[in-house]
Design a protein around this ligand. Structure first.
Ligand code: FA5
Length: 365
């Protein structure tokens, strides 16, 4: 054993001294001290060493081990210092950097669609409005004919927030942009052409069409003589502008407590061309908006006399529209942060082109 130790010491001191660079030195270090290295292997042989030799071999082993470790550390420092010296004396010729294509950012496809939507409705005289994301139960539910215990609250369940000054259950993350309806009526009165585009939150079962954090676009139009015909016109005007002239749009009766009558506005599913697929839930249609004539009680809540004025409200999901527009089968891609996927959508660039759709003739609203 003693002989073996001295041989290892002799061989490795030589190897270490002649190591030309850090890479070779690291290899030597592993050869010696790695899991299956010489030192470990040797220590496994200890039990075989005769008892009388052990008091001598043990300390010798430790001394040689320490010596080799120290020599490696010194050699590492020496190689580094030599490298620094070389750097100081060597002359470098700097090459011009390679010209790389500039990486350009771009707006999120849903943001683009929203901006284009705002432009479309500005042309019809709608004014942009904003309402709080964290709102009271009153504006999100009560003033929209959804009192406590109303079944519609289950559909629009959300997160409630405890905050000093508010009773439990009073503050919530708004579930729809309809929280802007009564607010805008109270702020601007009549006649009113208001639009809001913003984020909403829901306690939702997530799937290809449902997100827990979603965008909504909503308009409120109140004036004398406003009717469902205006709603039909606006739906077609908008959906054809976004999705193309040949888009099939349908309106069907749908219940919302704050409108009467209420309607669901659907676009024909572009994925299956109306035949039915998993994206549209096998119906052939994708629900894009909820709408209707504003309920007289909601007008009253907004300080408007329903005997004199009538109004329409209409709220759709920009993400659902973007799914149809860009051919996206799963809504979750939009907020996934998956840049590769978002860049691909961006490359499909299909901007809304108001110029290509018929200008409204006269004041159609
Ligand atoms: C509402 O939110 C009503 N406030 C809309 C409304 C406004 C009705 C004015 C009447 C008058 P609804 O829950 O159906 O209704 O949602 C409206 C649209 O938002 C849907 O058609 C859909 O396009 C979109 N949407 C709803 N839930 C989600 C979701 N979880 N993920 C993505 N988009 C959604």
């Amino acid at each position: 054993m003693e002989q073996k130790l001295s041989q290892i010491q002799k061989d490795y001191l030589k190897k270490i001294q002649s190591a030309p660079n850090l890479k070779v030195l690291d290899e030597i270090f592993l050869e010696l001290f790695g899991k299956n290295g010489v030192v470990n292997k040797l220590s496994e042989e200890f039990p075989k060493v005769p008892k009388e030799e052990r008091p001598k071999v043990g300390p010798l082993f430790n001394r040689i081990k320490k010596e080799l470790e120290a020599v490696i550390a010194d050699k590492r420092t020496a190689i580094r210092e030599e490298g620094y010296k070389k750097l100081e004396t060597e002359k470098f010729v700097l090459q011009p950097g390679r010209l790389q294509a500039k990486r350009q950012g771009h707006l999120h496809p849903v943001t683009k669609l929203e901006q284009e939507t705002i432009e479309l409705f500005k042309r019809l005289g709608f004014q942009q409005f904003s309402a709080p994301h964290i709102d009271t139960d009153e504006y999100n539910f009560e003033l929209l004919n959804i009192p406590k215990g109303h079944p519609a609250r289950d559909l629009w369940d959300t997160l409630y927030i405890d905050y000093p000054g508010y009773a439990p259950g009073k503050l919530l993350l708004r579930t729809h942009t309809s929280n802007a309806q009564v607010r805008s009526m109270r702020e601007f009165g009549t006649p009113l052409r208001m639009m809001i585009i913003d984020r909403c939150f829901r306690y939702e079962n997530l799937d290809a069409r449902h997100e827990h954090t979603l965008e909504q676009f909503e308009i409120v139009y109140v004036d004398k003589g406003v009717s469902m015909a205006n709603l039909q016109y606006l739906s077609e005007y908008f959906l054809k502008a976004v999705l193309g002239k040949n888009t099939k749009v349908r309106m069907r009766p749908k219940y919302y407590p704050f409108v009467e009558p209420g309607a669901g506005v659907d676009g024909q599913c572009l994925f299956c061309e109306g035949k039915g697929c998993k994206v549209c839930g096998w119906t052939g249609w994708l629900e894009l908006a909820g709408a209707g004539m504003i309920h007289p009680q909601v007008l009253k809540n907004g300080g408007i006399d329903p005997n004199e004025y009538s109004g329409i409200a209409w709220g759709f999901g920009p993400e659902r529209m973007a799914m149809l527009k860009y051919g996206i089968e799963d809504i979750r891609i939009f907020k996934s942060g998956n840049l590769k996927a978002l860049n691909k959508i961006h490359e499909r660039k299909k901007p809304i082109s108001p110029a290509k759709i018929a200008e409204p003739e006269g004041d159609v609203l």
